[in-house]
Design a protein around this ligand. Structure first.
Ligand SMILES: Cc1ncc(COP(=O)(O)O)c(C=O)c1O
Length: 403
């Protein structure tokens, strides 16, 4: 028999160089029942309207029959696109023809990479950034520049300095509301500034906005797409209905939209007609949906406060953290710079608490003392306990370092 090459040698360059999401690898360990997880980026399952989802899918089958189980248009179900266009939360008219329904926002980000990024093209991203976006965009081989995120979101002044010095990105990726991982919300001034820079330097902004409905304090900021047409705005039902539906949508300038449709056709033909018809029936019941949406932010607010109080009590001044106005994440930094949070994770898991080290989200900056703490899924007493377990893990590691 002829020698056969090992499978690894058959893998494409892209597959060989792709790395798995650190969060996913880590979640495997965080799933042990004795571990309180502040690690996941997932919404609270208790908020999924399961009974309504069941009914909506039945009604979909009754109303449109086999159409809900048949192949559909790549662009998405027409009525759903109309609804998304009407509900774009952008301060100018959006046409249903600009809407592409996608299989999650994750697919939307990948599709943008497919149609706009050639290997070696410059792009800029939040630093730190949502890991899934980094993973999707890196797959297309860009030259990535990280722009700092502070408490007012992506630092557009830093971006402007780099643009004036010659940086020429095709794309700028940002998550402007309750950013994953920092919880920061971009100020109105920075949104306008970013829009002006996109107009002047000719790049396109990806405005990835899955958390905007989860605001529990402060004032809603206008979408970046309000200030320029050079925006691909991505939204999803994952954090408001349920991520398992895999229904998201993107609004793009027409020539980019047309290219995205062709790219999506090659990837999966279209997003599930069944879950699109189900989501449509949930979203178009305006009264029910408005009531449902109102239940989301109090849940997350109660948990943000429980975690904040627990951290204050356990750490005193030894941990700095922000107070996000919405979303699911608190971003924290240990004052003791000797304690590296990647090393801390092992000890924390032994102590029964999981989190994601800042290094997992870092693009160019080193974030050895940062932690992303999700307050989305644990109960308030668990969050309180988790803060104390975390502090005990820090104490243990700090003592080991000193020995
Ligand atoms: C910033 C950001 N974008 C996109 C996603 C993916 O969302 P979807 O379920 O719509 O693919 C997430 C999920 O955690 C996220 O945090």
């Amino acid at each position: 028999m002829a020698d056969t090459a090992p499978y690894e040698t058959l893998l494409s360059h892209r597959a060989r160089t792709a790395t798995s999401s650190v969060i996913r690898d880590l979640l495997r360990h965080a799933n042990r029942p004795e571990v309180i997880s502040l690690a996941g980026g997932i919404p609270a399952p208790a908020l999924f309207p399961l009974e309504r989802i069941g009914r909506a899918s039945e009604v979909a089958l009754q109303e449109v029959g086999a159409t809900a189980a048949q192949y559909g248009l790549t662009e998405g179900v027409e009525e759903l696109r109309e609804l998304f266009a009407a509900d774009a939360s952008v301060d100018r008219p959006v046409h249903p023809g600009q809407i592409l329904v996608t299989t999650g926002s994750q697919q939307a980000i990948d599709l943008v990479g497919r149609v706009l990024v050639d290997p070696g093209d410059q792009i800029v991203v939040d630093d730190p950034a949502y890991l899934g976006a980094l993973q999707a965009l890196r797959g297309h081989g860009p030259d990535i520049t990280g722009i700092s995120v502070d408490d007012k979101g992506l630092d557009t002044h830093e971006l402007e300095t780099k643009l004036r010095a010659g940086l020429r990105p095709k794309l700028a990726y940002t998550n402007p509301n309750f950013q994953n991982p920092t919880g920061a919300t971009m100020s109105r001034q920075r949104r306008e500034h970013l829009a002006r820079l996109a107009n002047e330097f000719g790049f396109v902004i990806i405005e990835d906005d899955p958390y905007d409905a989860l605001r529990f304090a402060g004032e809603a900021q206008p979408s970046i797409a309000t200030f320029t047409e050079r925006v691909i705005r991505i939204r999803t039902v994952s954090k408001t209905l349920a991520p398992g539906l895999r229904v998201a949508w993107m609004i793009s300038p027409q020539p980019i939209h047309d290219a995205l449709v062709i790219a999506k056709q090659a990837v999966d033909l279209h997003t599930s007609t069944y879950t699109q018809h189900t989501a449509l029936r949930l979203l178009r019941d305006r009264q029910w949906y408005a009531e449902h949406e109102k239940t989301l932010s109090p849940w997350y607010l109660e948990r943000r406060d429980a975690l904040s109080a627990g951290l204050h009590e356990a750490f005193g001044d030894d941990l700095e953290f922000n107070t996000p106005e919405g979303g699911m994440f608190l971003w924290a930094q240990l004052k003791n710079s000797m304690v590296d949070t990647t090393a801390l994770l092992d000890v924390a898991l032994e102590n029964g608490v999981a989190f994601v080290p800042g290094a997992a989200f870092a693009v160019e900056r080193k974030l050895p003392n940062h932690l992303r703490l999700s307050f989305a899924t644990a109960s308030p007493p668990e969050l309180h306990e988790a803060a104390h377990r975390l502090q005990a893990a820090v104490r243990r590691l700090a003592a080991d370092i000193q020995d």
